[in-house]
Design a protein around this ligand. Structure first.
Ligand SMILES: C[S@@+](CC[C@H](N)C(=O)[O-])C[C@H]1O[C@@H](n2cnc3c(N)ncnc32)[C@H](O)[C@@H]1O
Length: 257
């Protein structure tokens, strides 16, 4: 399990929030009693859900103590807990499961998705967004760089994300337990500023498993980062207005039990 860097992760908060908010507006307008945010991270969205659904009990679970420590600093009406989504077994059936940019880290979606949605109360809603990161150019460069060079022995096997299964598979996995299923993708074109913004973006998430694999190997880590930075800069040149365009496709689904 990679460690997470909440400070770096928050740096691109505006861009990372956008899909979560795009997902939130697709949640049907109904009264929820039990809401869970799975892989809640620093807790922004669970806090928002608690404001939006004033009478609901809202829970946020995450496996990272660092992320949860940030979440706990919020003055939010949310019950935070440390735990693995793979073991999700709430005592009371949720009527909303919200999960943003988290389930891509868990294996075996064919089993996981129907199991999670199957926990919902009748008419409960499963709302999920995941980056389609494996398919992006910057992840291809990350994988290639990790597998070539003197660091490859350590980074080659770092835990990484998997290819996104076909969208129709998600439909089928959810349709087995839900009456209504909506699956779609949105591709964002982020206009990032500053020096090496894509490296900076990845530093909070995708790069973590690779940097963890190089823990204690400072020379290798520096060389790996320098090579990755050069390859990314070549593939994503800065434009005359100083902006780096960063395409990012994301997968969404809202299913009603
Ligand atoms: C990219 S962050 C997203 C955080 C938050 N949902 C958001 O949108 O800002 C992914 C989060 O998923 C959590 N996570 C990854 N695997 C997990 C698991 N198996 N169980 C619980 N949390 C997990 C990580 O600790 C991290 O906080």
């Amino acid at each position: 399990m990679p460690t997470w860097d909440p400070i770096v992760y928050e740096r691109y908060k505006g861009y990372r929030d956008r899909p979560a908010l795009d997902l939130m507006v697709q949640i049907p307008d109904q009264r929820f009693r039990e809401i869970w945010d799975l892989g809640c991270g620093t807790g922004e969205h669970a806090a928002l859900l608690s404001l939006r659904h004033e009478t609901a009990a809202v829970h946020g679970v995450d496996s990272s103590p660092e992320m949860l420590a940030e979440a706990r600093k919020r003055q939010a009406r949310v019950a935070w807990s440390l735990g693995d989504v793979a073991d999700f077994a709430p005592e009371v059936a949720p009527d909303l499961i919200f999960t943003n940019a988290a389930l891509q880290w868990l294996p075996d979606h064919a089993t996981l998705f129907p199991r999670l949605a199957g926990r919902l109360a009748p008419r409960g809603v499963f709302a999920c967004q995941m980056p389609m990161a494996y398919e992006t150019e910057h992840h291809r460069i990350l994988r290639e760089t990790a597998q070539s060079g003197p660091w490859a022995g350590l980074t080659g096997e770092a835990r990484r994300i998997n290819p996104t299964p076909p969208l129709a598979d998600y439909y089928d996995w959810l349709a087995g337990v839900c009456g209504q299923v909506d699956v779609w993708t949105t591709s964002y074109l982020h206009a990032l500023e500053d020096e090496d913004p894509i490296i900076d973006w990845m530093a909070g998430t995708a790069l973590r498993p690779y940097l963890d694999a190089l823990e204690g190997e400072n020379d290798l880590k520096t060389a790996f980062l320098a090579e990755l930075t050069a390859r990314i800069a070549h593939a994503f040149p800065r434009r005359v207005d100083g902006v780096t365009l960063f395409p990012f496709p994301r997968l969404f689904m809202v299913a009603i039990r």
